[in-house]
Design a protein around this ligand. Structure first.
Ligand SMILES: [Zn+2]
Length: 121
């Protein structure tokens, strides 16, 4: 793969990683035992019954967002690891080089378009 394109993709991934960590940090605490795990803070709105109900509703919404962001963060980290070990940009199914346009649109892609149609990532 072209060095400049790889550099651009790496920058995109690093940027995405920072963005995801910032979003997660906004409402969740990083697990000190596991850097990939975040735990949503339980919101403290008050002790009245309706306030408690709102807390639970907000917490469950946060958990959903947290899981989505965590999954994205893991994908981004894996992609950065693949850049480090030199396997980035090759399809995990057929081993062919993944189209650069596809990687530009989605730097965490791990399969080529043909395999993507056959398998789900
Ligand atoms: Zn493939």
């Amino acid at each position: 793969m072209d060095k400049n394109i790889l550099k651009t993709l790496e920058e995109k991934l690093v940027e995405e990683k920072a963005k995801l960590e910032e979003e997660l940090g906004g409402f969740a605490q990083r697990n000190p035992q596991n850097a990939d795990d975040f735990n949503a803070d339980f919101p403290q709105l008050g002790d009245k019954e309706d306030e408690n109900a709102s807390e639970v509703a907000e917490y469950s919404k946060d958990l959903t967002v947290e899981r989505t962001l965590e999954a994205s963060l893991r994908d981004v980290k894996k992609a950065l690891e693949r850049i480090q070990d030199g396997t980035y940009g090759t399809c995990k199914y057929c081993g062919k080089v993944i189209d650069e346009k596809r990687l530009m649109a989605r730097p965490t892609s791990t399969s080529c378009i043909d395999c993507k149609k056959l398998f789900t990532e």
